[in-house]
Design a protein. Structure first.
Length: 414
């Protein structure tokens, strides 16, 4: 049967999820198409808005005070401060009591498993006792079976960063004998067993040495586990966000998709979008083409939101011929000389980090002349160019703000 909706959103990350939710709230029928599992499942679970300016100035105390200092092509400059604030409001509605930080515009400083401190606007409640602005001495605990987190090294890095407390790190044996390559969810499930919780507390207790709070890798997926460890140790216990795979990101993705389901959004997952169809004048997209087992099928809609991610998410492709957006063939400005795409310094100003669609005020993709390519297509998230979201620590905020505007504009255009 032909599939037709008012709005089709392509991409299952934070920007696509927010766009689909906001479009559905306008009364439009919405379908979200996701090729793979949500990228949130691999993210740290932290929600950043703006931690550093493009010139490296930071960490920024209040991201809203710094928005006026961003270049005109930055996504925040396109959508405006109100969209950033409304995007955070939507996020707060989605997560409810799961997250903290909504009481202030000021960034929190959250230690990560690498021993860095990340300026963050919203963070899981399980992380709250570990903020770097808290002056209580800290013990970090790692496991021999989880080599991705070196607790003593992370403690050294935090101390070198000048945090206002004493840091220690210790590596202990995991209470249950699991393979080193076991899924992180298996470690989390094992810690839910009372015998393992008791054994872990006993193993850590002798290392407290005056520490007033204790941090573990983000494996304490149940509040009851964290509470039980805290009771046995007599100290507040918190989780330390890390890279993929991420239980904090997984929990956020599950909550987002629960919200989409409650809003009536239809979700098609595991299918890639490989192209599009247009009307006779090539001014409007009439359908996107989805690959199912080698055959393409059209998904029709009145409005479309492109939220496929940037270079990392494969929403933008590069090859010897240049830089392309593979679904709608949107214009991606870039130098023809590939050596201009990056800096010789590892942490220099890499132009590839800002590759993306050049949006109109309504977030429609524009061509090389600045003209709107398709009036019924909007772009959201890191497929929108103009920001180095990795160095700025702005990825989540850009996704929320552009997802909000793209979804609202699409829904209201029906």
């Amino acid at each position: 049967m032909p599939i037709s909706e008012d709005v089709v959103v392509i991409g299952g990350g934070l920007s696509g999820g927010v766009a689909a939710l906001v479009a559905a709230r306008t009364g439009a029928s919405v379908r979200l198409i996701s090729h793979k599992e949500s990228t949130l499942r691999h993210a740290s679970g932290l929600i950043d808005v703006l931690g550093y300016l493009p010139d490296g100035t930071g960490p920024i105390v209040n991201p809203f005070d710094a928005l006026d200092e961003l270049p005109n092509e930055h996504p925040y400059s396109v959508v405006g401060e109100t969209a950033v604030r409304e995007g955070l409001t939507i996020f707060d509605e989605i997560v409810g009591e799961m997250y903290a930080g909504g009481h202030t515009d000021t960034n929190a400083l959250v230690p990560t498993q690498g021993g860095t401190v990340k300026p963050t606007a919203r963070y899981p409640q399980s992380v709250a006792a570990g903020l770097a602005s808290d002056e209580r001495d800290m013990l970090l605990v790692g496991f021999e079976a989880l080599s991705d987190f070196d607790a003593p090294l992370a403690a050294e890095h935090l101390a070198a960063a000048g945090v206002p407390f004493e840091t220690q790190g210790v590596t202990v044996q995991f209470p249950e004998d699991l393979r080193d390559d076991a899924r992180i969810t298996r470690f989390a499930t094992a810690l839910e067993r009372d015998s393992n919780t008791r054994a872990l507390a006993d193993a850590v207790e002798s290392h407290l040495d005056g520490a007033e709070r204790v941090g573990f890798p983000a494996l304490l997926s149940k509040d009851t586990v964290r509470s039980e460890l805290g009771t046995r140790l007599g100290k507040p216990v918190f989780e330390i966000p890390g890279g993929p795979p991420s239980l904090l990101g997984l929990e956020l993705a599950e909550r987002l998709f629960e919200t989409l389901d409650e809003a009536g959004v239809h979700i098609s997952s595991g299918v890639p979008v490989v192209g599009h169809e247009t009307d006779g004048n090539d001014e409007r997209v009439t359908a996107v083409l989805v690959d199912r087992n080698g055959q393409t099928h059209p998904y029709h809609a009145e409005q479309f939101v492109l939220a496929t991610g940037g270079l990392v998410g494969k929403g933008i492709d590069t090859d010897r011929d240049g830089v392309t957006e593979p679904i709608f063939d949107c214009y991606i400005p870039h130098s023809e000389d590939r050596y201009d795409w990056f800096s010789n310094e590892a942490f220099g100003d890499h132009s590839f980090a800002r590759f993306g669609i050049v949006p109109s005020e309504g977030l429609q993709p524009t061509d090389a002349n600045g003209e709107i390519k398709f009036e019924n297509v909007r772009a959201a998230g890191s497929v929108v160019g103009g920001a180095d979201i990795a160095s700025e620590k702005s990825g989540s905020g850009v996704s929320l703000a552009t997802g909000l505007i793209a979804g609202r504009n699409a829904g209201e255009a029906i």
